[in-house]
Write a protein that binds this ligand. Structure first.
Ligand code: CUA
Length: 345
């Protein structure tokens, strides 16, 4: 082998290693149980419908690949140059070949269309056997998610709980611009429009945590408009609903109690609801049980007391452009407010 082909080989090898290193680096995120955010191992019936279609079309593509590469190899070997200087027969046009390479791809597309269209119709609404779906209203806001369970009377934000094995029917709405609701392991995505209701359904089939994400560019914090789906056993879900239905817990005496009093005296109540108190604002997330959530700020911060404090003091530093201004909250005030919010289990 000459030096030039060694050079190519080395370039190819380092490229290959870089790609593998990229994949391995991607795996380091897996400490979060809601990851990976992938469609490849679906955890819902709707996700499996789509996955089955992928797999079917993948194998059809393999057949086409083998056919095309087979013909190519045959042509390369059969019609290779045999004698120095000899030209092959010079031809122009071949009606039979041209008809073949027009009709064959059209047939392939037709064959792909049959299961694809079937899946589109099957995924449009829940299977007829589903008689008692759970209804959830999803409302997109810049840049967080509101989840309402109209039949249960629960309202929460950014973290969605569903019971395993029960089909869920989503009404999707937006309070401002177009967003898109997507939990990759549950299936496809659905756009969320202002002044128009969209719908979507799936049945979660596995207990666990699943990351989701807004997938329609909706402004500067689009990438920080995350959500987290918890698929619970029926028992855990019922217990969660009972806790969510309760009005806000009485804060324990001390910092949390001081924080509760301060909250009621400050601008917080203009934007947030804490049920059972005078705070009835509707601009930001309902905080009645904010302490029970795993994350805050639509999934970008762990729900710790330090992060709550930091967010209360500098929401614009964490998430520039969001509707909560930096209010210049003093250190000691932020401490008691964070203690209060953390106590709202
Ligand atoms: Cu909401 Cu992107």
């Amino acid at each position: 082998m000459n030096t030039r082909s060694h050079g190519y080989l080395r370039a190819f090898a380092s490229g290959f290693i870089a790609v593998i290193a990229g994949f391995v680096a991607g795996c380091t995120q897996l400490a979060d149980p809601s990851l990976p955010q992938t469609t490849v191992f679906p955890s819902s019936d709707w996700g499996r419908l789509i996955q089955d279609l992928y797999v079917l079309i993948f194998w059809m593509a393999v057949v086409v690949f083998i056919g095309v590469e087979g013909f190519l190899l045959y042509a390369i070997i059969r019609f290779r140059r045999r004698r120095e200087g000899a030209l092959p027969a010079q031809v122009h046009g071949n009606t039979r070949v041209e008809i073949a390479w027009t009709v064959l791809p059209a047939l392939v597309l037709l064959v792909i269309a049959v299961p694809s269209i079937g899946t589109i119709f099957a995924s449009d609404r829940p299977p007829p056997a589903v008689t008692n779906p759970l209804r959830v209203r999803v409302i997109g806001h810049q840049w967080w998610w509101e989840f309402q369970y109209p039949e249960l009377g629960v309202v929460t934000a950014n973290e969605l709980h569903l019971p395993v094995g029960r089909t869920v029917l989503f009404d999707l709405q937006s309070s401002d611009v177009i967003h898109s609701f997507w939990v990759p392991k549950m299936g496809g995505k659905a756009d969320v429009f202002p002044a128009r209701e969209n719908r979507m359904w799936f049945t979660p089939l596995e207990v666990g945590e699943f990351a989701g994400q807004c997938v329609e560019f909706c402004g500067i914090q689009h990438a920080n408009m995350r959500l987290r789906l918890f698929v619970d056993t029926q028992q855990d879900f019922d217990a969660w609903v009972q806790r969510q239905l309760a009005t806000a817990a009485q804060p324990p005496a001390g910092p949390a109690q001081q924080g509760a009093e301060l909250f009621q005296r400050s601008a917080c109540i203009g934007c947030h609801t804490i049920r059972g108190t005078n705070a009835q604002g509707k601009v930001g997330p309902d905080l009645t049980h904010v302490g029970s959530r795993k994350t805050i700020a639509a999934g970008i911060l762990d729900n710790t007391q330090e992060n709550l404090k930091s967010w209360i003091q500098r929401p614009q530093d964490h998430k520039v452009g969001n509707k909560m201004p930096n209010l210049g909250v003093r250190d000691e005030d932020a401490d008691v407010l964070a203690a209060y919010l953390k106590s709202l289990q």
